[in-house]
Write a protein that binds this ligand. Structure first.
Ligand SMILES: [Fe+2]
Length: 157
């Protein structure tokens, strides 16, 4: 079960360790919340039953950005780390996921991990199941929609 209130509180608590006065951090906090809402909207219109899971994919998809910018002071993956893989490693290999939710089913964990790992990839891997592809596509579309907005609202530098 996904407890959204707990996830939102855990997200606020996680990002409070980073400097929200830094426009890069603030941008990613706002982006995350908008992408989560878009994921839910797109997932539901695409007929995905588990809208809590699509929302969670949005909430956690860029979790690696905060450590990326703290450690490297850049969002440029080529000059630092692949933020999608980095975030998924923090969540699924270093125990960060448990701060947000502890009782996901195996299939929910797999969908969440694969969606996060592939959200910025040029192409999805060939080994994904039909359901995994659906969730990955919802997240990738939601992310791109908000990136268009960010590119309009925020100076390129
Ligand atoms: Fe991302």
């Amino acid at each position: 079960m996904i407890n959204r209130e707990h996830v939102s509180q855990a997200f606020d608590s996680y990002v409070s360790a980073y400097n929200a006065d830094d426009p890069k951090i603030k941008l990613k906090i706002d982006h995350t919340c908008r992408v989560a809402a878009l994921c839910e909207q797109i997932g539901s219109s695409a007929g995905l039953g588990n809208t809590d899971l699509t929302w969670l994919c949005g909430m956690l998809h860029d979790i690696g950005r905060f450590e990326q910018v703290r450690r490297y002071n850049t969002f440029v993956d080529a000059r630092s780390v692949d933020h999608a893989q980095f975030g998924a490693d923090l969540l699924f290999h270093e125990g960060l996921l448990e701060r947000f939710c502890e009782d996901l089913s195996e299939s929910e964990r797999r969908i969440l991990e694969r969606s996060i790992r592939s959200h910025s990839a040029y192409r999805l891997g060939a080994d994904l199941s039909g359901a995994e592809i659906m969730y990955c596509n919802v997240l990738r579309d939601a992310d791109k929609i908000d990136i268009f907005r960010v590119n309009c609202d925020t100076p390129l530098e």
